[in-house]
Design a protein around this ligand. Structure first.
Ligand code: NAP
Ligand code: ZN
Length: 354
């Protein structure tokens, strides 16, 4: 084992603070990565504050971060796909059994032996749980490492590893493309990627936001129309017209409003993960044979496909790049919806010799 510097939360109520954490020496199948950038996903904040306790209780210390971009510094003897110096990405997954039915269908995220990048039991026994990308280096099995296509701005590409794949996968699964009308609810990290991706897929894109200050921005990001969700009349004008709506909201809100907006057999997919359950009325759901669905990140092959799609279309996130010691201020702003549109941590300041 060796140690690296990281930002960790010691409890649900403590701010993130500098500490050292262990990493395993690379095995023959591992890649060691010097982390350059790591995005801040709202899931990091939910986890740090143990808001998902009933489903995914947090083990402390917690080192979040699953939107990782870095440079390969070591490879194990059996590694074939990467070499020292390659620019790579790591998303929400660092392990899977690769043999179960889910893995065989490219859905490693649902593998019974999936290992998430943080707060997941560490199969190697390096620490009680895995530690994520708010750190200077990470060691990951080759099979879970993504190749970052050249030409993408590296800091702005970091959020593709979670926000990108989480929105790409359900849009693609639902056949989003020319002639389809797609709604994106919540213009945060996920939502703004949803807008860019749905637009690049050729759909007519409508954003629903609670923030009046974001309406112009939404158009710049690619929305054809923007609706303030507080304006019931403006919202109702779209009743019965959407093929698909992607709900990217991190807090309590009324799903039934969006079910009403779907056309017959339309699909409302939830990717946002509010702390408490949301209520669904039967009538807006069954009148029109509608589907309420969920979607969780995406598998490794699909994540690579998304990265290639983004390179082809020149898509990255709009980011605010900040030094890692500002992470706590960033969390406060994220909670207020005050970010354009993803914070990305610069790890360089942590690497200066002390
Ligand atoms: P984010 O950047 O904080 O964006 C969330 C957006 O939701 C805000 O920008 C805001 O948009 C809207 N919002 C916030 N509070 C609201 C409220 N009370 N009512 C209505 N709208 C509200 O978060 P994120 O990183 O995009 O993540 C969004 C959610 O997805 C989180 O719950 C996260 O944990 C979850 N997530 C799920 C997956 C998955 O695999 N399913 C993956 C990653 C993240 P406006 O200002 O435009 O209203
Ligand atoms: Zn995430």
């Amino acid at each position: 084992m060796f140690t690296v510097k990281a930002y960790a939360a010691a409890s649900a109520s403590s701010p993130l603070a500098l500490r050292t954490i262990p990493r395993r020496h690379p095995t023959e199948r591992d890649v060691q990565i010097d982390i350059l950038y790591c995005g801040i996903c709202h899931s990091d904040l939910h986890t740090v504050r143990d808001e998902w306790h009933d489903y995914f209780p947090t083990v402390y210390p917690c080192v979040p971060g699953h939107e990782i971009i870095g440079r390969v510094t070591k490879v194990g003897s059996a590694v074939t796909r990467f070499k020292v110096g390659d620019i790579v990405g790591v998303g929400c997954l660092v392990g899977a059994d690769h043999t179960c039915p889910n893995c065989q269908q490219g859905m490693e995220q649902f593998c019974p032996n999936a290992v998430f990048t943080y707060n997941s039991p560490d199969r190697y026994g390096t620490a009680p749980v895995t530690y994520g990308g708010y750190s200077t280096a990470i060691v990951v099995e080759e099979d879970m490492v993504l190749r970052i296509p050249s030409g993408l701005d590296l800091a702005a590409a970091a959020p593709l590893l979670c926000a990108g794949i989480t929105t790409y996968s359900p849009l693609k699964r639902n056949g989003v493309g020319p002639g389809k009308k797609v709604g994106i609810v919540g213009l945060g990290g996920l939502g703004h990627m949803g807008v860019k991706l749905a637009r690049a897929m050729g759909a007519h894109v409508v954003v629903f936001t609670t923030s009046p200050r974001k309406t112009e921005e939404a158009r710049r990001l690619g929305a054809h129309e923007v609706v303030l969700s507080s304006d019931a009349t403006a919202v109702a004008r779209h009743n019965g017209t959407f093929d698909m709506i992607l709900d990217c909201v991190s807090a309590q809100h009324d799903l039934n409003v969006y079910l009403r907006l779907l056309r017959t057999a339309g699909n409302l997919t939830l990717v946002g993960a509010p702390e408490k359950p949301l209520s669904v009325a039967a009538f807006p759901l069954f009148m029109g044979n509608k589907t309420l669905a969920g979607s969780m990140i995406g598998g490794i092959a699909e994540t690579q496909e998304m990265l290639n799609f983004c390179a082809q279309h020149g898509i990255t996130a709009d980011v605010e790049l900040i030094p890692i010691h500002q992470v706590n201020q960033a969390y406060d702003r994220l909670l207020r919806g005050d970010v354009k549109y993803r914070f990305v941590l610069d790890l360089a300041p942590l690497k200066v010799a002390d």
